[in-house]
Ligand binder design. Sequence first.
Ligand code: TRP
Length: 325
Amino acid sequence: MSERIFSGIQPTGNIHVGNYLGAVKNWVQLQEKYDCLFCIVDYHSVTVAYDPEGLEERVLDATATNIAAGLDPEKSIIFAQSLVPEHTELAWLLTCLTSVGALERMTQFKEKAARQESIFAGLMNYPILMAADILLYKAGLVPVGEDQLQHLELSRDLARRFNSTFREYFPEPKPLLTSGARVMGLNDPSSKMSKSLEGSYIGLADEEDLIKQKIRRAVTDPGPQGGKMGPGVANLFTLLEGFADPDVVNYFKRQYAQQSLMYSELKESLAAAMNTKIAPIREKRRELLAKPEKVKDILYAGAEQARQIAQRTMSEVRQLMGFRI
Ligand code: TRP
């Protein structure tokens, strides 16, 4: 059996090309070689203020979009966290092994807490739930972006603490740093592409006209800046490399080097290349969401498979921790 990979996907709408090039595209390849679990982390999504009425829709949207982009329920286990109660069960037991200080030092917690009026324990305990997600399946590799490395380090610490307190049991999960591109905002190339800023992102659900319009409005630079490419143009090249054929990329790179690049031409080709790749994803997503019951069935079937592994782990963990009645 190949090594196991676990990754958590936040249930959000507006999954964009930054998510695609930075993460999803990579997962699609990983599922060919590894035993993969992809979990829609709905319990993580309630650690900040949220709308309960929209939660189901967000879970279905994230599931459908990721499947449309290539995650394959035949190859990987795709499920929702809230369908496998062992996640919260293990999270509680790990909570009892976690020092409050370590949680308070988490960069993401500090940033999010600074924006809250009252800070709930769930926001602080977020990384413990993430550790439970991973350890429940004894995953050896976790594909993450830079921003999750500190959380993953806590998962490793908890595995080590469990092993030294009770018995050698959990493997220490290693990060698989996504080699994917870091895509910046179209309207502000100094910050990451974001789904909450209109004009910043191109969604995998966006129609052709909207793609063209957003690319046309993307920030460029007045020209080569002292021999160094400006961030707006560099971002357009990142996208071009992600979506266009290599000869198209090379053509525009030559144009740039010869200082004869026309931004309008670059943008037109980029929008066309993006639409070619996005159109089938957009269609497949639409088809899936037209039958939400089918999407739910995928999540239920995935949860059943996940649960078999999770239950085995939990029964061993209960034994090891002394819950034997
Ligand atoms: N915290 C991750 C994020 O925001 C999502 C996540 C939850 C996750 N559980 C995980 C990622 C387990 C990897 C493994 O992106």
